[in-house]
Every structure is written in structure tokens, then in C-alpha cells.
Design a protein around this ligand. Structure first.
Ligand code: GDP
Length: 448
């Protein structure tokens, strides 16, 4: 997400930090480059102009010039303005489900935007938050949509309300809300009809449903890959039905993500979620401050921690912790940790959240390293060891290494690499457990 934009911006700011004292000309030159970078990422022209002007005025007004660490201060101003452009730090990016249950969320959008998939993702997300969702198949124009939603519902064990083809979509929604009440569902998600283009009939239908069921949220699902087209669609929908929020899908692609940056500033409608993949768990709540940090290469440690909390089995984590405190950490533990890491999602998406990753991502070795499934190798190697070797890796001598390499279809060099990695991890974890050493210091820095 935003890899190329991030890389460009980081380049600009590291150029500034090499300068020591900044002149007005330095700031102007940097802002000219920022402007180009944003335009190339497909951020809306008017939004870019406003953004650049505000940063420039602040940077020059804030006596950044000639002061201590000026580049840092310019970066700080850009960060603040970026957060502002993305919708600020207020709560308008959260869903409002504060009404008497069932609260209705209505999804609208064009065909192919990812509406049906997003309905399922949202239901899955809300269930994790403790809600009892009901999905409603109200898209009667795309014949496969009803079946698609039913399949997704089945996969997730989330109930789906549907009626036979030809039923009136407004009636379906009204019946579905009654059904939700009977079933004590706490939230109803309506997957309404999409068309290839905005047309009058679709808008009338959306307006009629909105009037009858009085949804708490009317969310536009928009395909971020369509760039400025998504911004236009959002403006049109907002004028016709007054949206309460947006979900931008396909943010996992890098192309033209800039639309996502300007859609809020152009329409005034807050982005509430991002779709980041095809799977039903690929939905992230939208936090302007976190996204701004990610774009500026400052990392997003908060989202990383949340993902870790979801992926990690607490019981298992406590056991590992207890073992560590006794100074024990073997290859079985290492394997478990690798599997947990895998549950957190694709490695690249995890690394992207770490500060400074964008510089690393620019290296061709990185693409190669992340190609395929890098953790699978590690798994294969450890599984080719005997239980004794796993518990006591220090006994793995040359002939054992050769045997393991043969068994796992890898090379002795790879076994060596893995054992070095394991030894480093063990040393780091021992430091963390004892609270002493550079890794423990780093952890304290992050925690503060
Ligand atoms: P609908 O016509 O709006 O209901 O669209 P669908 O839900 O059928 O989605 C259209 C296509 O986009 C499907 O192939 C989805 O798997 C895909 N899709 C939806 N959301 C995302 C996303 O966040 N990332 C990616 N990569 N694909 C997505």
C-alpha cells in the first residue's frame, strides 16, 4: 500500500535532513517535489494544492527556518496535515452502532467494487467485536450476487437472509430487519444492488430503501484502483443519498492509491474501512494517523500490535513466556513463533508496518526474499529434525546438518542460516525476558 509514494516522500525528507539549516528556498523546493509525488500518486489536484500551501505556510511561519533539526519539524508538519487530509483524529471514522438493535448498515456502490465481498468482511469483523450480524442479499440485478453472499455466509457461519429472484429489494430489506429482530441479531448488513454505472433507477432504489429501513450507516463501497473515478462516484452517491461513510477496497494494490488520500477531502465523507485483500479477514479499520505514519515511512506499530494480539494464542504465549523466563527456548518454540507470524498475514504487509521498511523494500533482494512463502522453508527444515534435535539444537553437527538438508530438500547453507537466525532470536528473547541489553532497551523505548 502506497509503496512508491512512500519511497518518494522518504527520499525528499532525507534530502532535507542532510541540510542542517533550512532556507525558504529549501522548503519551497521540497514542497515542489512533494506536490509532484502526490500528483503522480493520483491525489486530486485541488487537494494537493491546498495541502502544499498549508504545509508551506506552517513551515515558514513556525520559525522552522534556521532552527534546530528543521527537517524533523517539516516532517512533523507534513504528518499533521496528512492526518487532517485523511479525516483528522476524531471519531467520525468509527461506525455508529449506538441505536437500539438491530442497527442497520446499508452498503451501496457500483458492480465490481467489492460490495458483496465487503459485506461478508464487515460481518466477520463485527462479529469479532461481539456483534451478532445478519447479512442480507438485496442485490437482485447481479444473479450471482445472492449465491455469492450465501456461500460467504456459510464459510463464516454467519446467517444470510435472501428471497427468491424477482422479489422487490425494498421489501426484502424491510422483511430482513423484521427477521433480524426475531433472531436477536444486533446488526443487519444490506448488500444492495450495484450497476456498472451510476443510473437513475439504482439511485431511486437506494433512496427508497434508505427511507423505509432508516439505516444507521449508509456506506459506499468504492474500488480504490479506479483512482479519480472513485472520487467522482463518491461525490455522486453522496449527493443522491447522503453517505455516512466509505469503505475503500483493493487497497492492497499499489496503483493510484492516491484517490484514497483525497476522497475524504473532496467529498467530506469519512473513510471508515479499507479492504486489503480478497479474503474475508482482509478488512482494516481506517485510522488517519496510522495511515499517515505508514505513508511517511514512520511505521504503524499500533496496527502491528493489534494483528499480533489477534493471531497469537494467549495460552500458548504465556507458556512460551514461562519457558523463556527459565532460560528455555528451543526450535519447537521457534516453529510455533513462525506459525504465529504466518497467521498475522503476508510477511510484506507485516514488514510494511515497521518504521523505515520502505528503504528496505526498495532493495531487489527483498522482492526475492519475500517471493513465495519464505516461512515454508523454515517449517520444512525444522520438521526434518528429530525431536531431540529440536529440543537441543546445539547437538546439530555437520553430519546431522547434511541429513536435515536432504530430508527437507534444502541445502546445508540454509540449515546454517536458520540455526544462526535461531541463535540470534534466542539471545534477543533472553535479553527481553531478563530486561537487560540493547533489545530490552529498544522495547522500553517503544513501550514508552
Ligand atoms: P460486487 O459486484 O461489488 O459485489 O463485487 P464483488 O464483491 O463480487 O468483488 C469483485 C472482485 O473484487 C472479486 O473478485 C473480489 O474478490 C475482489 N475484491 C473485493 N475486495 C477486494 C480487496 O480489498 N482486495 C482485492 N485484491 N480484491 C478485492
Amino acid at each position: 500500500m502506497f509503496e512508491s509514494l512512500s519511497k518518494r516522500l522518504e527520499g525528499i525528507f532525507s534530502g532535507l535532513s542532510g541540510k542542517g539549516k533550512l532556507t525558504e528556498a529549501d522548503v519551497n523546493e521540497a514542497m515542489r517535489e512533494v506536490r509532484l509525488a502526490l500528483l503522480e500518486a493520483d491525489v486530486n489536484l485541488r487537494v494537493v494544492r491546498q495541502f502544499v500551501e498549508r504545509v508551506r505556510a506552517k513551515a515558514i511561519g513556525a520559525e522552522v527556518l534556521g532552527s534546530f533539526s528543521p527537517a524533523q519539524q517539516v516532517l512533523q508538519i507534513v504528518h499533521e496535515e496528512l492526518i487532517d487530509m485523511l479525516g483528522g483524529e476524531g471519531s467520525q471514522n468509527r461506525l455508529d452502532l449506538g441505536g437500539p438493535p438491530p442497527n442497520v448498515i446499508m452498503l451501496v456502490g457500483l458492480q465490481g467494487s467489492g460490495k458483496t465481498t465487503t459485506a461478508a468482511k464487515l460481518a466477520n469483523y463485527l462479529r469479532k467485536e461481539g456483534q451478532r450480524p445478519l447479512l442480507v442479499a438485496a442485490d437482485m440485478y447481479r444473479p450471482a450476487a445472492v449465491r455469492q453472499l450465501q456461500t460467504l455466509g456459510k464459510q463464516l457461519s454467519i446467517p444470510v437472509y435472501a428471497e427468491p429472484m424477482g422479489a422487490n429489494p425494498v421489501d426484502i430489506c424491510v422483511h430482513a430487519v423484521d427477521y433480524a429482530r426475531e433472531q436477536a441479531a444486533s446488526v443487519v448488513i444490506l448488500d444492495t444492488a450495484g450497476r456498472l454505472n451510476i443510473d437513475e433507477q439504482m439511485m431511486q432504489e437506494v433512496i427508497a430503501i434508505r427511507k423505509r429501513v432508516q439505516p444507521r450507516e449508509v456506506l459506499l463501497v468504492a474500488d480504490a484502483m479506479t483512482g479519480q473515478e472513485a472520487v467522482r462516484v463518491a461525490s455522486d452517491f453522496n449527493q443522491a443519498v447522503a453517505l455516512t461513510g466509505m469503505i475503500l477496497t483493493k487497497m492492497d494494490g499499489d496503483a493510484r492509491g492516491g484517490a484514497a488520500l483525497s476522497i475524504r477531502a473532496v467529498t467530506g465523507v469519512p473513510v471508515k474501512f479499507l479492504g486489503v485483500g480478497e479474503k474475508t479477514d482482509a478488512l482494516e479499520p481506517f485510522y488517519p494517523d496510522r495511515l499517515a505514519s505508514r505513508i511517511l515511512g514512520m511505521g504503524d506499530v499500533l496496527t502491528l500490535i493489534e494483528r499480533a494480539q489477534e493471531a497469537i494464542d494467549q495460552q500458548e504465549a504465556l507458556q512460551t513466556q514461562a519457558r523463556l523466563q527459565q532460560g528455555q527456548f528451543d526450535l519447537e518454540d521457534f516453529l510455533k513463533a513462525m506459525r504465529q507470524l504466518k497467521r498475522m498475514g503476508p510477511l510484506r504487509s507485516i514488514l510494511e508496518m515497521l518504521p523505515g521498511f520502505n528503504k528496505l523494500a526498495a532493495l531487489p533482494e527483498m522482492d526475492e526474499a519475500l517471493e513465495g512463502d519464505p516461512l515454508k522453508h523454515i517449517e520444512a527444515i525444522i520438521l526434518s529434525m528429530t525431536p531431540e534435535e529440536r529440543r537441543n539444537p546445539d547437538i546439530i553437527n555437520g553430519s546431522r546438518r547434511r541429513r536435515i538438508a536432504r530430508g527437507s530438500g534444502t541445502s546445508v547453507q540454509e540449515i546454517n542460516q536458520l540455526l544462526t537466525q535461531f541463535n540470534e532470536t534466542r539471545a534477543m528473547l533472553r535479553q527481553l525476558a531478563s530486561g537487560k541489553g540493547p533489545w530490552a532497551r529498544l522495547l522500553r523505548q517503544y513501550a514508552s
